[in-house]
Design a protein around this ligand. Structure first.
Ligand code: GTP
Length: 446
């Protein structure tokens, strides 16, 4: 068999899927093959005569000029990667294979579009970062800024809003809102809310761009006019269904989000929804472990933690703290006479009223059936504890539940640091004993 020699005809290079470029020593395009239009968005005749560096993404310009210097110094570079700005402003990642031709005084390079590969790598990295952030972030509010940073590795998003459905009050909460503008008007904030509500209600993504909003219903295009020119909202869908919505937005002159970005963010937002759900579950479990289920008050464990912290501060700063040990008198008879459910309601009401007698820095914990402990923190003076005890007694004097006027008397024992004990155990025991003495006194007096 004879092998036919083949001489490429002129223009053959335009058949290549990769782009071939030739630039002079100043970095000006002398030749660009047909594939350039697909890769860079510019026709070859638009590229010739322009400076290569002007098309490079700003963050890659320094590296690119350095690589060009090395190539012109004789180093062939078969695997240099950088990012270019396409004619429509979007980014394209290129793998270059380039060399210097000394006789022609030109650089010859082949550009292979690796945007898809880069995107897949970035998504993989983002998913890993999201699952890592779930472990490192202390709580949901710490997780959101992490998520914002991770999204920014995938697409420009100066603004991010996260809306979560709150089953307790059957409405959307907005626990994270970085609007991306210098300041935000009340109308713009309301528009963000309305758009997120729409996305979470429909369960469908919503892509708003500078143009095309006239096709939207009136109220939606009015809201769209208030937010950033590029706005992409996605439902947060977990195993439970739609748990809220996420919206990314961009104010800058960068290109608007594309359908491809929407697809990418739909995929990523599913992972974000799972991450949020895991964090919510974590904090629910933590809350359950630290709080009493009936009254919602901190439990004994939390009380011990706070008491030890307060004691450490008090020792350092040479100041006092007080404990009030509260036990309801004859609470059993309320259960017996009116039923356990009424007893529960009474306990909840007592908890609410005790809380109402305290300052923000103080703690009230439920430590037993009808037993509560108050820790008076902050600048606690002699006599403060007595005044608070009086207030609590007065508050609990008449409680109305289901048309019943219940009379409940709390016995309250007080312990003051450092007079009545050096540590948590001694102070609690002292306050408990004082409470029993009060109870006995009350009984003996009746
Ligand atoms: N409704 C209701 N009752 C509870 C709960 N936890 C404990 N109790 C009841 O609260 C009562 C507390 O008992 P005690 O403190 O010994 O009884 P008391 O009648 O208050 O007696 P004194 O304190 O001596 O006046 C018991 O009858 C428990 O069954 C609860 O969560 N809900």
């Amino acid at each position: 068999m004879t092998i036919r020699a083949f001489t490429p005809p002129p223009g053959f290079v335009d058949l290549l899927l990769d782009a071939v470029c030739v630039v002079d020593s100043d970095g000006r395009f002398l030749f660009a093959s047909a594939a350039c239009e697909r890769i860079f968005g510019y026709r070859p005749d638009e590229m010739v005569g322009t400076l290569m560096i002007d098309m490079v993404a700003p963050e890659d310009r320094g590296r690119t000029l350095e690589a060009a210097r090395q190539i012109m110094g004789g180093d062939a570079k078969p695997g240099f990667e950088n990012c270019y700005l396409r004619k429509d402003g979007s980014r394209v990642h290129i793998l270059w294979s380039a060399r210097w031709s000394a006789p022609d005084q030109v650089r010859i390079a082949v550009a292979h579009d690796i945007t898809e590969r880069k995107r897949a790598e970035a998504v993989q990295k983002a998913l890993y970062a999201i699952s890592e952030a779930v472990h490192t972030a202390g709580d949901l509010s710490a997780l959101f800024p992490h998520i914002h940073r991770i999204i920014n590795t995938l697409l420009p998003a100066t603004g991010l809003t996260i809306a979560l459905f709150d089953p307790a009050c059957q409405q959307l909460d907005f626990p994270y809102h970085a609007h991306g503008a210098d300041d935000e008007s009340a109308r713009a904030a309301a528009a963000h809310h309305a758009l997120c509500e729409y996305v979470s209600k429909t369960g469908e993504p919503l892509l708003l761009r500078r143009t095309g909003t006239e096709r939207l219903p009136d109220w939606l295009s009015d809201a769209a006019a208030q937010v950033a020119p590029c706005w992409l909202g996605l439902p947060l869908v977990s195993g439970k269904g739609v748990i809220g919505a996420l919206a990314v937005m961009e104010m800058a002159d960068s290109p608007c989000y594309s359908e491809r970005d929407q697809e990418l963010m739909q995929f990523v937002s599913a992972q974000i929804a799972t991450a949020i759900e895991r964090k919510q579950l974590d904090s629910e479990l933590r809350h359950m472990a630290q709080h009493d289920a009936l009254t919602g008050l901190p439990n004994r464990t939390v009380l011990h933690d706070r008491l030890n912290t307060s004691l450490a501060h008090a020792r350092r700063n040479n100041r006092g703290i007080s404990l009030l040990y509260i036990d309801l008198d004859r609470f059993k008879s309320i259960n017996d006479l009116h039923g356990h459910e009424t007893g529960d309601k009474l306990l909840k009401e007592v908890a609410r009223r005790i809380n109402g007698c305290l300052r923000d820095a103080d703690t009230v914990a439920r430590v037993g059936g009808d037993e509560f402990v108050v820790l008076l923190d902050g600048d606690c003076e002699q006599g403060d504890a007595e005044r608070v005890a009086e207030k609590i007694r007065a508050e609990c004097a008449g409680i109305r539940i289901r048309d019943l006027d219940l009379v409940i008397t709390p016995s309250i024992g007080i312990a003051v640091y450092p007079d009545n004990g050096e540590n948590a155990q001694q102070l609690l025991r002292y306050a408990d004993d004082a409470m029993y003495r009060m109870k006995k006194k009350g009984r003996d007096g009746r």
